[in-house]
Design a binder for this molecule. Structure first.
Ligand SMILES: Cc1cc2nc3c(=O)[nH]c(=O)nc-3n(C[C@H](O)[C@H](O)[C@H](O)COP(=O)(O)OP(=O)(O)OC[C@H]3O[C@@H](n4cnc5c(N)ncnc54)[C@H](O)[C@@H]3O)c2cc1C
Length: 356
């Protein structure tokens, strides 16, 4: 039987993935833009959704905030270190409300369909083949467009699993305990009503349900539904041929802290602004790809520092690492590094805004 040829349609730009990275790109774009995701926007949460409060404020989605956190505890078997975050408070937010808020700011056509690859210059989907001069892969760690035949997992990825629990009043907490998880960390993220409790493996170990259930039992809890996935732990290529990649698709999740939302939003905003200049004819596609690569390369060193810190967290005795975190939490040190970390991606006082 002869196969039917899928239709080819043309857009100015195609953005694959409508989560943090994809929405941050799409909200910068005007023109005939197609935004693709296999799920409805905001319907499948994979993250604990913790980020600095200013991120929600800068993006105009403060309504999504569930709880504000002005301190963070790092608990190890030997000591608990408390960080004062009041200089840059964190928050946990509602994924659906956050994403729907961003989508409302976009002037693009959204289509729910699964992308199966990139062939002969076209994005191949369950609804047909779509072409555009500019294509941005924001499909997360699977890299649906830029990944090609490369294996998705392995040493490039960490893995996280979490569940919602009724736990209240524990505060924002990271748990460093080799008995719980040998090369990784646990977390308790209060979200207004209850808390998300999870475990992350820096070495991509995905069988985390048994240790997570043990952790829950220790707190007298049982889990509801679990969600989790891989996330990258090192920078990957921000462009592949004529394709842009943003967020986890470009390995932009921060090592050690596993904060991937802010980088996806920040680099997504930068990428979107560059793409719009390409669509306006102010930049050639080659110059746009080069400009975006240069934005990302500027951050190579901080990513390396965080990767080193992640390696130390995974490979040095917990007591020693806890001592380092305690020193880092004291006044002269904390005020030296915390605002620099916490303000990464914030709108600049002059010039073009960043996360916005
Ligand atoms: C358990 C866990 C907890 C985490 N907690 C935090 C946290 O509290 N704070 C933080 O900053 N980071 C956290 N992270 C990391 C953060 O979730 C990611 O770094 C972030 O989601 C990356 O955003 P993204 O837009 O690049 O990719 P994603 O959020 O993964 O979005 C990718 C999108 O692409 C779509 N997609 C994928 N494949 C296809 C396809 N083939 N066809 C069509 N659509 C496709 C998906 O449906 C999805 O909407 C956590 C990660 C995990 C696993």
């Amino acid at each position: 039987m002869l196969g039917l040829r899928m239709p080819t349609r043309d857009y100015d730009a195609i953005v694959v993935g409508a989560s943090f990275g994809g929405l941050a790109v799409a909200r910068q774009l005007r023109g005939h833009v197609l935004l693709l995701d296999r799920n409805e926007v905001g319907s499948v949460q994979t993250s604990a959704c913790g980020t600095p409060l200013w991120v929600c404020e800068a993006l105009g989605v403060t309504d999504s905030v569930l709880q504000v956190h002005e301190s963070l505890s790092i608990r190890t078997p030997g000591r608990t270190v408390r960080y004062d975050l009041s200089a840059v408070p964190f928050c946990t937010f509602d994924y659906r409300a956050f994403c729907e808020g961003l989508l409302a700011q976009c002037r693009v056509q959204f289509l729910r369909t699964s992308v199966t690859g990139f062939q002969d210059g076209a994005v191949v989907t369950g609804e047909g083949r779509f072409t555009a001069p500019v294509i941005v892969d924001c499909s997360g760690w699977r890299r649906a467009v830029t990944g090609g035949a490369e294996p998705a997992t392995g040493r490039l990825h960490s893995f996280g699993l979490e569940t919602h629990t009724p736990l209240q009043d524990e505060g924002l907490t990271f748990l460093l305990d080799r008995r719980l998880i040998p090369q990784g960390l646990g977390w308790i993220f209060p979200v207004g009503q209850g808390s998300l409790v999870g475990l992350g493996s820096y070495v991509g170990r995905s069988k985390l349900k048994p240790p997570l259930e043990r952790l829950l039992r220790d707190h007298g809890l049982s889990g509801g539904s679990y969600h989790g996935t891989y996330f990258p732990n090192r920078l990957l290529r921000p462009t592949v041929g004529r394709l842009f990649a943003v967020g986890d698709a470009a390995g932009q999740c921060l090592p050690l802290t596993a904060e991937g939302i802010r980088p996806a939003l920040y680099f997504g905003g930068e990428c979107g602004r560059i793409v719009q200049r390409v669509l306006d004819g102010a930049l050639s596609l080659e110059a746009g790809l080069d400009a975006y690569r240069r934005v990302v390369v500027r951050y190579r060193r901080p990513y390396r520092v965080l990767r080193l810190a992640q390696w130390l967290a995974a490979h040095t005795p917990t007591g020693w690492f806890a001592l380092v975190t305690q020193v880092a939490a004291t006044r002269p040190f904390l005020s030296g590094w915390w605002p620099r970390y916490g303000w990464f991606g914030r709108p600049k006082p002059t010039g073009l805004p960043a996360v916005t």
